[in-house]
Every structure is written in structure tokens, then in C-alpha cells.
Design a protein. Structure first.
Lengths: 314, 338
């Protein structure tokens, strides 16, 4: 491990986001073509897609460290880099807690321990506040719809299932597999309280739900009939710091009553995006990280930042 | 058709080898990272006179540790698959035969998947497990494909195809039980991929492949007679059961070894022998060496395209072989008909 990390290559969108959240973006010399958040990341030098990057492009950038996410990259790439004598740091978080831990470790590895401690303390505080806010409310049984035809959902031992739990939900149908293909009959029998979709935009989800409403089976789901459908930013698919935003966003939709008292409202990034007068929100002394996240959004004129987000979905 | 003389053989093979050399040098120059012709020539010169220690370090890494090993592996795999394809086409007397028709690649894939299920932490065991899978399949298909004590082309073909479909079904079943990361790796493996070659000793690989291809070459004259019909060949004194056994075992070995180190790269083994037949005729004494060099050229060209057309992202080479190879083949086929 080099003493001082001056040149970082990130091979996964969540690692890129982590480096930015830690304020170490100046040292980021290479990213993948999927790294679309924050938007500034898209102008960094590209090394290819997460699954099939160009080894020679990575080597040519002379990185002190290459950050790898086992959820996004192939083991073959990691092993080939190690054989070429490139330092690689791989993360594989399986829960929200492990996402925070891995953020701390990455901060340590790239030599910004203090920023890491600050960022993670802040994220933990937000999670604690959220936990308090939804304490005592019944867990919503959720069907996380990764894909609807065939119906693919998330397994019980994934960081997504854990994120659901933090948001006051639980996986309606348990599965040991990472991306289980579910039987619609079973979904009908279980009748989940909510359907959750991850998408950069709300509009395509609305179209999908309207389409499902006309289909046999789906139209018999109570959640569809009563329009109990939650849409979260596709950041929920990326085990990085923005996962906490997505959790807050989801909790707000699963437990609207808990967020009814206006005075205590904590603004999530999505609220900032939706707000008409950002200046008012800024006065609310939101955290450093969130201000910077807001800046990213504003920089693209309120556009949703991840056009290519779906392509990252497994 | 012109008669085959040693002179004609030497000219054609020499010409193809020269073409391969040109393709290799061009492939060494092209890539996601631009390398100037001067730098490449100077560096190649340094290596040629044994002064490789004076190379600039990232040029050494990119040209000699990333591009060159990949090209050399591609040459060996391409040659092996094409010779195996030519062998199977004669053995089965079927122009549609390719190295994978008898299930060798499916067996190798199954072995690779088993190694991921059992020892998922590393891919180091994958080529060995893949070869074990290929070897078991070769044995099983041999036993199933015999009729009256020796290999019967049609029984062998049917036994191989059924074994291949059975193994593919098992692969699909197992793929659904693998976790996401392994699944992604396997998808690349099934398409054939040279982008992160496993560290194999190319000398040993070359030795095994050269011995197998050599064994097929010893039967070249007999294969020419076999193509006129088994009865005819037998009357002309060909030991048909022995020839079939040699070709079956050698071509399967070539396929099994190639697939174990690079995944199932498609179409090269089917197309290249046909292209060589269209260009130089059907004489197996000429076809086998030209298929070997032609297969090497095809893979190096396809892999160079795979790593440059959407650079810096890389495509699996298997996606390029058919895309680039099929139009060439159709062109040659139509031209010959006119």
C-alpha cells in the first residue's frame, strides 16, 4: 500500500460517489462510463464500463490505488490488476452498517480519515433520527420490484433488504438468493403492503404501474389497487453515502404519518430537488455534504442526475 | 485444383504467417492508450536485442504485459479452435460441425461453474476445473458414440449433440444458483473473453496444442480419403477406426484446452476452416496448417476490434468473431459461386 494516495481510479459508481462525498475528488484520475453522479464525475477520464474496463487505460493512469466494488466488478478484473502490480482496494458491503464501515475504511485507505469520520458520523446521526421518528410503527411488508417481467426482487441477505428495514419496511417474500425471480401467485397470496420501484425518474414508473394495473394477477394486488407504490432514487442500488438519502426518501413514503409534523422536517435531497425556492432550504443549515449534493443537482438545472442509472441495475 | 507440392505448401503458409506477423504488430500498436509507431518500433527493437530492462515502465506494462500476452494467447486459442473445427468437420462428415458440437465446451463450462461453487474466492482453479469438465465430456461422448466397437460418425454426432444440450440445461440451472458476481463472470466466459487472461504458461500451452494439432496432421492424407466415404477409404487401405479415434481425441483436446483458458469463443472453429477451403481447396494436408494460421489471424483481428471499437470499454472477443467473420465468409461463398 502506497504511503500517500495521490491518484485514485474508481471502477464502480458507488466508489466514485464515496470519493466525492469524502471530498477527495481532486485525486480521482479515472472513473467508469457508469459513474454519472455527481455530474462532474462524467468529465473525468474514463477507463470503460465496470464489468469490462480497459486494463491498459487503468495502468496508463498510474493509479496509487484502484477502488473496486464486488457488487459491480468482475473478480477477473481485480485479479488481473493485482497481477500487474496495481494496488486494489475492494469493498463488498452487505448491510447499511457495512456500507458505513466500508466508507470509513475507504477514507482511511485514501488518507482522508477525518473527512470519513465526519461524513459517517453525520450519516449515522441521520439514521438515528430516522429510527427515532419511525419508532413503534409497524414494518411495511414490501415487494421491491427490480424488474416486473419476469418479476425479479431482492433477497433477504442483501444491503437492499437491510436498507428497506431502516426505512421501516421488510421484504415481503424471503429468499436466500441475491436477485430472486418470484412467482406472482406467491405475491398475490402474501399481498405486500407496498410495491417499491427504484428509478431516476417517477414518470416511467407511473407508466409501468398503469401497465401492470391492466394485467391479470397484478391488478389483483391490493398495493396496485390502492396505489401504494413508492418510488426511490436509483441511488438505493448503489452501496454508497447516497444510500442514506434513499432510505429517508423511502421511509417518508412508507410512513407518511411519521413525517406529518412540519416543524421537525429534515430535508432529504429529493425535497431539495423538488423545492421551488432552494434559498429557503439553504437557510436551514443543512449539512456540508448535503449542500454539496444540492450543488450537484443545481449544476444540471434540476435534471435527474442518473440517466444511465437503469443500465447499472443487475 | 492444383496439385499440392511442398513448394505450394511453403508459399501459402509462409504468406499467411507473414500476414499474421503484420496483424500482430498492428494489434500491438492499437489500443485504448495511444502508443506511437516510433515508440513501438524502438521498444520492440530494445526487446529484440535483449535490453528490455531499459523500457519505460508504463510502455513495458501496456505493450509487453497486457497486449502481447493477450495476443499470444489469442494466437494459440485461434489456431487450436480452427484445427479442431477442421478435424470435426471431417470426422463427422458434416460442414456444420464446429469444436463445440460434441459438448466439449459445455462440459468445460460446467467444470468452471463447479469450481466457482466450490471455491468461489478465487478464479485460480477455474481453468483446471474447466479442463476436467471437458475431459469427462470427451470420455462420456466417446463411450456413447461407439457402435459395434468403434466410432460411428452419426451416432457420435447425435450422442454429442444430446450431451451438449443436457449439459447446457444443467448449466442454466446452476447459473440461477450462483450469486450476481459469479454470474457476470460466467456470462463473459460463455461468450469467450481474452480481456483478463489467466496466468497460464504459454510454453506448456503451445506444447500441448502443437502435439494435438500434429496428431491430426498425421491423419491428413487419410482424412482426404475418408471424405469420399468410409467404405471407399477402408478399401483404399485406411485404418478408419484408428484415424477417427486420433482425430476425435486430438480435436477434443484442442477444444478443451482452448476453452479452459479463454472461454467458449464462437464461430472461429466453424468459419475459418471453410474460408480456408474456399481459398486454398479441400486438401487436408494444406487445410490443417492454413486453418491454424488463419484461426490465429481471425482471433487477433477480432480481439483487436473487441478492445478498440468501444474503447476504453472492452467487448468479449466472442461477440466480435461472428460479427466480423460472417460477412467475410458470405463474401467468399458468393464469389466462389459466380
Amino acid at each position: 500500500m502506497p504511503v500517500e494516495v495521490r491518484r485514485i481510479v474508481s471502477l464502480a459508481p458507488n466508489m466514485t460517489e464515496t470519493v466525492y462525498a469524502l471530498g477527495a475528488q481532486d485525486r480521482l484520475v479515472g472513473v467508469t462510463t457508469y459513474c454519472d453522479y455527481p455530474p462532474e464525475a462524467t468529465v473525468k477520464e474514463k477507463v470503460g464500463g465496470p464489468l469490462n474496463p480497459s486494463l491498459e487505460q487503468i495502468v496508463a493512469l498510474r493509479p496509487d490505488i484502484v477502488l473496486v466494488a464486488k457488487t459491480a466488478n468482475r473478480r477477473e478484473t481485480l485479479e488481473a490488476l493485482e497481477r500487474l502490480g496495481v494496488s486494489v482496494y475492494a469493498t463488498n458491503p452487505k448491510s447499511v452498517e457495512e456500507v458505513l464501515d466500508s466508507t470509513l475504511r475507504v477514507a482511511d485507505v485514501i488518507g482522508v480519515r477525518e473527512q470519513g469520520d465526519r461524513l459517517v458520523a453525520l450519516l449515522r446521526a441521520r439514521l438515528a433520527a430516522l429510527k427515532q421518528r419511525i419508532a413503534g410503527r409497524p414494518l411495511r411488508r414490501v415487494l421491491f420490484v427490480v424488474w416486473h417481467d419476469p418479476l425479479i426482487s431482492v433477497g433477504s441477505n442483501t444491503f437492499l433488504a437491510d436498507a428497506l428495514h431502516w426505512a421501516g419496511g421488510e421484504v415481503a417474500i424471503e429468499s436466500g438468493r441475491e436477485w430472486p425471480q418470484l412467482n406472482l401467485e406467491e405475491v398475490l397470496r402474501v399481498q405486500p403492503d407496498f410495491l417499491v420501484f427504484a428509478s431516476a425518474h417517477a414518470a416511467p414508473v407511473k407508466d409501468t404501474v398503469n401497465d401492470l394495473r391492466a394485467r391479470p394477477g397484478w391488478r389483483n394486488l391490493e398495493a396496485i389497487r390502492q396505489n401504494r407504490v413508492a418510488v426511490v432514487s436509483d441511488a438505493v442500488n448503489r452501496p454508497g453515502p447516497r444510500l442514506i438519502d434513499a432510505i429517508e426518501e423511502l421511509a417518508r413514503q412508507l410512513h407518511p404519518a411519521a413525517f406529518a409534523q412540519k416543524s421537525e422536517t429534515r430535508y432529504s435531497i429529493l425535497d431539495i430537488r423538488r423545492a421551488n425556492s432552494p434559498a429557503d432550504l439553504l437557510s436551514d443549515a443543512i449539512s456540508e455534504y448535503r449542500i454539496s449534493s444540492f450543488e450537484f443537482r443545481r449544476a444540471v438545472g434540476g435534471q435527474a442526475p442518473s440517466q444511465r442509472g437503469e443500465a447499472c441495475n443487475p | 485444383m492444383q496439385p499440392l507440392t511442398p513448394r505450394r505448401l511453403a508459399w501459402i503458409c509462409g504468406g499467411l504467417a507473414a500476414l499474421l506477423l503484420v496483424v500482430v504488430v498492428v494489434s500491438l500498436k492499437l489500443g485504448a492508450v495511444p502508443i506511437s509507431v516510433t515508440d513501438l518500433v524502438v521498444n520492440l527493437g530494445r526487446v529484440a536485442i535483449g535490453r528490455s530492462d531499459s523500457l519505460p515502465s508504463d510502455q513495458r506494462l501496456i505493450v509487453f504485459e497486457i497486449r502481447l500476452p493477450r495476443i499470444l494467447l489469442g494466437i494459440l486459442v485461434g489456431a487450436a479452435l480452427s484445427v479442431a473445427g477442421a478435424g470435426f468437420q471431417a470426422l463427422l462428415r458434416n460442414p456444420l460441425a464446429d469444436p463445440y458440437v460434441l459438448g466439449v465446451s459445455s462440459g468445460a463450462a460446467l467444470g468452471a461453474i463447479f469450481s466457482l461453487l466450490v471455491a468461489g474466492q478465487t478464479t485460480a482453479a477455474m481453468p483446471f476445473a474447466a479442463f476436467a469438465g471437458a475431459a469427462l465430456t470427451i470420455g462420456a461422448v466417446y463411450l456413447l458414440g461407439r457402435r459395434g466397437g468403434y466410432l460411428d460418425s452419426y451416432t457420435l454426432l447425435l450422442a454429442g449433440i444430446v450431451t451438449a444440450s443436457f449439459l447446457s440445461a444443467v448449466i442454466m440451472f446452476l447459473m440461477t444458483t450462483l450469486s450476481g458476481r459469479d454470474l457476470r463472470g460466467m456470462a463473459f466466459w460463455l461468450m469467450g473473453d481474452l480481456s483478463s487472461p489467466i496466468p497460464v504458461d504459454l510454453k506448456w500451452l503451445f506444447l500441448v496444442l502443437a502435439l494435438s494439432a500434429g496428431a491430426i496432421y498425421t491423419t491428413a492424407a487419410d482424412l482426404n480419403l475418408l471424405l469420399t466415404g468410409e467404405q471407399e477409404a477402408m478399401h483404399l487401405g485406411v485404418d478408419v477406426p484408428r484415424v477417427k479415434l486420433v482425430v476425435y481425441v486430438s480435436a477434443s483436446l484442442l477444444t478443451g484446452v482452448a476453452v479452459s483458458v479463454s472461454g467458449a469463443i464462437g464461430y472461429v472453429g466453424l468459419l475459418v476452416p471453410h474460408v480456408m477451403r474456399l481459398l486454398f481447396g479441400t486438401d487436408y494436408r494444406l487445410l490443417i496448417p492454413t486453418a491454424a494460421i488463419g484461426g490465429a489471424i481471425a482471433i487477433v483481428v477480432a480481439d483487436t476490434l473487441a478492445r478498440t471499437i468501444v474503447a476504453p470499454t472492452e467487448l468479449p472477443v466472442g461477440a466480435m468473431t461472428a460479427m466480423a467473420g460472417a460477412p467475410v465468409f458470405i463474401y467468399l461463398l458468393r464469389r466462389r459461386m459466380q
